[in-house]
Design a protein around this ligand. Structure first.
Ligand code: CP
Ligand code: NVA
Length: 323
């Protein structure tokens, strides 16, 4: 390619590639295919290791917020598949501050074969994907967390099998984790119920799109304010922090508002007997989730965290076009 051809190639008009930004972008069949691939790669890993599907490939990992699971599981996923991952901390890139998102996207696209990014504003991941000529993976925005939802669906299918009509109940703030969980439930034909305090509802567009998906799969989407009503018949009880990254100054107010939304043994006992309890982590123990539940027999929080590794291998292999 000469210089002019290269300049054309980095214009959004000429960029054709797949990204992983929203669960809602996948069809139900694609969602299940990714889950099947994740399970195959998980089995292969535990049976002596993965094939080096991503040999010679590099993933840039751009973080505007802290991370344990997303950072380590993506880095290890790349390593297990024979590729390489680079961690780029908030201080290093200064996404949109030191340099425009469009410029960062176009520069990185010449160095690596994929970009995973964790940002605050959802528009920023869309902008990154628009200008990047390599696949972009959403590692959490203020709006959603699709990688988490895929790992969660894997965990739920490992426990209950590939059945439709499961009841998945989310207790807490209707933000990023809840949005992607709602969408994956709708895609897979699982009923999704949320109980949140007034003023902490889910994004209206996210609900609208979940309802459209649910119409096709037969899932139901239900809303409550009372957590006790929401857990009746639940096969899965899911919670998340009351104060998300970037909302720290609201902590005291949120602790008060969400106090009735704690997932404790009493609440769990009101769900189905074999219900599992999930949390994306990090957990604020004895706030949204008691120690007794987090460390109890119905807790799935650590298998769920470990499944991030396997689900993300499937996302990487699919986006890099090797599986
Ligand atoms: N669940 C999750 O995304 O964890 P991290 O914030 O540690 O990546
Ligand atoms: N809702 C949480 C999820 C962390 C994985 C947050 O945004 O901080």
């Amino acid at each position: 390619m000469n210089v002019q051809e290269m300049q054309v190639a980095v214009s959004p008009k000429f960029i054709t590639k797949k990204d992983f930004l929203h669960i809602a972008d996948l069809s139900s069949a694609e969602t299940q295919e990714l889950l099947d691939l994740a399970l195959d790669l998980k089995k292969e890993y535990f049976n002596g290791g993965n094939d080096p599907l991503l040999k010679g490939k590099a993933l840039a990992m751009v973080f505007q917020k802290p991370s344990l699971r997303t950072r380590v599981s993506f880095e290890m996923a790349m390593q297990h598949l024979g590729g390489h991952a680079l961690y780029l901390s908030p201080a290093e890139i200064g996404l949109g501050k030191r340099e425009s998102i469009a410029d960062v996207a176009r520069v990185l696209s010449g160095y690596v074969q994929g970009i995973m990014a964790r940002v605050f504003e959802h528009e920023h991941i869309i902008e990154l994907a628009k200008w990047s000529s390599v696949p972009v993976i959403n590692g959490l925005t203020d709006y959603n967390h699709p990688c988490q939802a895929l790992a969660d669906a894997l965990t739920i299918q490992e426990k209950f099998g590939k059945v439709r009509g499961l009841n998945v109940t989310f207790i807490g703030d209707g933000n990023n984790v809840a949005v992607s969980l709602m969408h994956v439930c709708a895609k897979l034909g699982w009923n999704f119920t949320i109980a949140n305090p007034l003023g902490y509802e889910m994004d209206a567009n996210a609900i609208e799109s979940a309802k459209q998906i649910a119409n096709e799969t037969g899932a139901e989407i239900c809303f409550h304010n009372n957590p006790h009503d929401a857990v009746k018949g639940a096969n899965v009880i899911y919670t998340d922090t009351w104060t998300s990254m970037g909302q720290e100054e609201e902590t005291a107010k949120r602790e008060e508002t969400f106090a009735e939304y704690q997932v404790n043994q009493q609440l769990v006992s009101e769900a189905e007997n074999d219900a599992i309890v999930m949390h994306c982590l990090p957990a604020h123990r004895n706030h949204e989730l008691t120690d007794e539940v987090a460390d109890g027999l119905q807790s799935a929080i650590f298998p769920q965290a470990h499944n991030r590794l396997h689900a993300q291998k499937a996302i990487l292999a699919r986006l890099f076009g090797v599986a």
